[in-house]
Design a protein around this ligand. Structure first.
Ligand SMILES: Cc1cc2nc3c(=O)[nH]c(=O)nc-3n(C[C@H](O)[C@H](O)[C@H](O)COP(=O)(O)OP(=O)(O)OC[C@H]3O[C@@H](n4cnc5c(N)ncnc54)[C@H](O)[C@@H]3O)c2cc1C
Length: 466
């Protein structure tokens, strides 16, 4: 069959690829998107969305236990794990099929199959029906990433789960070990702990959520411990002895120079991700790869003319909104526009555990390390009327300013709904706001957002409700 020609070939239909395809189509390009498994990628099918659906169930379950605090009664809070998982899978399915509709609406050709780049501008796709050849001046590589497997700690889908296994859990763990306390590990720990699993988190670094500001990590840890979690920091899981017949795993955990053994019925391995760089023809094209990520410049150029890499395959931060934003930028570059590159320090990170954690920009320690003279403001949830009314008095908001210029260098939050609040500071940073603008802004009452105002006021010794 003769090759079909397009302006842009997008490989991978995750939040990087499908957004790039839509923006390119909006700009008048003839676009084809190739996907080997599911529209929406990891994000919609096995990442961002289904985890949030599970976490919503655990949040409601948690509130059922607290019904009395609100003057309500629930006889005996209970759950059906199969139904909780089914709801999460249905939410993922609904959104994934929505992406198919968006492709049609934007007149984007969709090819379901596995793509390989055979030469500059040429892609061969293996489909159920055979091989399709595609050509285009521009190729956008958005093949994403998968769970990292460490030797000896590999997921087996039975006793040791990777994120996909945990998202379709067929049984409720009683004694759960979560290896890794990044966003993925902590979200699963929070979900299963709230649903009743005795949960232990092991983190190799000196604190959980290690990319967050140290004060926020410490605050979150205190809350998790209060909820019954065991947190082991500066600890390494050296070995897992699996006994499938007994349904048990013995973990050898090194901490404080000693190795102790602990028995669990389930382990979730959340030790990071690796980019999907294999079998794409990248080596032959001379694309440079650092471990499992394609090396790009700030505009996502790979060094090969007409070949761009975006999203998880192009490295940290491994977040859907970073992937999508790079997708838009690359589509605009291809169409001859002059977009700004994505600034990593403007990409917010959100963790949807209980309590939630969100941040953007530099932590206090990082800002100081970079040589800034900083002004720091803090405000606790206990000082906010809406937080008290919601029954969510645990949390804090911290802001870090450049003392010389008033630039908002970073914002860090832990507590109810902070994953929604953080965007206020993101907009502020994008508009290059200063402390004056933020202090002069009128925040509506009663809202949690008033704490964002108070945190800024605190940095300048003007806090009202504390
Ligand atoms: C459990 C979990 C929770 C997460 N939660 C969040 C969150 O709350 N917020 C957030 O921002 N991020 C979250 N993430 C990260 C987020 O899912 C990723 O950053 C995002 O999906 C990356 O998008 P992408 O387009 O680069 O790749 P992906 O979403 O991985 O999509 C890549 C697509 O490419 C396809 N593909 C791969 N190779 C080929 C090939 N050769 N041919 C054709 N198709 C191919 C794959 O099938 C896949 O569909 C989470 C991740 C996990 C695992």
């Amino acid at each position: 069959m003769a090759a079909q020609n397009f302006d842009v070939i997008v490989i991978g239909a995750g939040p990087g690829g499908y957004v790039a395809a839509i923006r390119a189509a909006q700009l008048g390009q003839k676009v084809v998107i190739v996907e080997r498994e599911h529209m929406g990628g990891i994000c919609l099918n096995w990442g961002c969305i289904p985890t949030k659906a599970l976490l919503r169930s655990s949040e409601v379950f948690h509130l059922m236990h607290r019904a009395k605090d609100f003057g309500l009664s629930v006889e005996k809070p209970d759950f059906d794990l199969a139904a909780v998982v089914k709801r999460s899978r249905n939410v993922a399915g609904q959104l994934s099929s929505g992406i198919g509709h968006l492709m049609k609406k934007n007149k984007i050709t969709t090819v379901m199959g596995t793509a390989r780049i055979t030469a500059k501008g040429k892609v061969s796709v293996k489909t159920d029906k055979g091989t399709e050849e595609l050509t285009a001046k521009n190729i956008v590589l958005a093949t994403g990433a998968r769970a990292r497997n460490l030797p000896g700690l590999e997921a087996d889908g039975d006793l040791v789960w990777a994120y996909k296994d945990a998202l379709k859990a067929s049984r409720m763990p009683k004694d759960l070990l979560v290896i890794g306390s990044g966003a993925i590990g902590i979200e699963f720990a929070s979900f299963f702990n709230t649903m009743g699993a005795k949960t232990t988190v092991v983190e190799v670094m000196d604190r959980i959520l290690p990319v967050e500001d140290a004060e926020i990590s410490a605050f979150a840890k205190k809350q998790f411990v209060k909820q019954g979690m065991t947190i082991m920091e500066k600890a390494v899981v050296k070995q897992l002895d699996r006994d499938p017949k007994a349904g048990k795993v013995t973990a050898h955990i090194e901490a404080n120079g000693k190795v102790e053994t602990k028995v669990f019925d389930t382990v979730i391995s959340a030790v990071g991700i690796v980019g999907n760089v294999e079998d794409l023809g990248l080596e032959e094209l001379g694309v440079k790869i650092d471990r499992t990520h394609v090396i790009t410049d700030e505009y996502c150029h790979t060094g090969v003319e007409g070949l761009y890499a975006i999203g998880d395959i192009a490295g940290a931060p491994w977040l859907a909104h970073k992937a999508s934003h790079e997708g838009v930028m690359v589509a605009e570059l291809i169409a001859g526009k002059h977009p700004h590159p994505v600034k990593p320090e403007s990409i917010a990170g959100c963790t949807y555990c209980y309590p939630q954690v969100a941040s953007v920009g530099y932590s206090e320690a990082k800002a100081k390390e970079l040589g800034y003279d900083v002004k720091v403001g803090k405000f606790p949830f206990i000082g906010n009327g809406k937080a008290i009314a919601l029954g969510e008095p645990e949390g804090m908001i911290k802001t870090v300013f450049d003392a010389k210029t008033g630039e908002l260098l970073g914002a860090h939050m832990v507590g109810a709904e902070v994953t929604e609040l953080i965007q206020g500071y993101i907009v502020g940073r994008q508009l290059e706001t200063t402390e004056e603008d933020l202090m002069n802004t009128v925040f509506p009452h009663p809202t949690l957002s008033e704490m964002m105002h108070e945190s800024v006021l605190d940095a300048y010794d003007r806090v009202i409700h504390m």
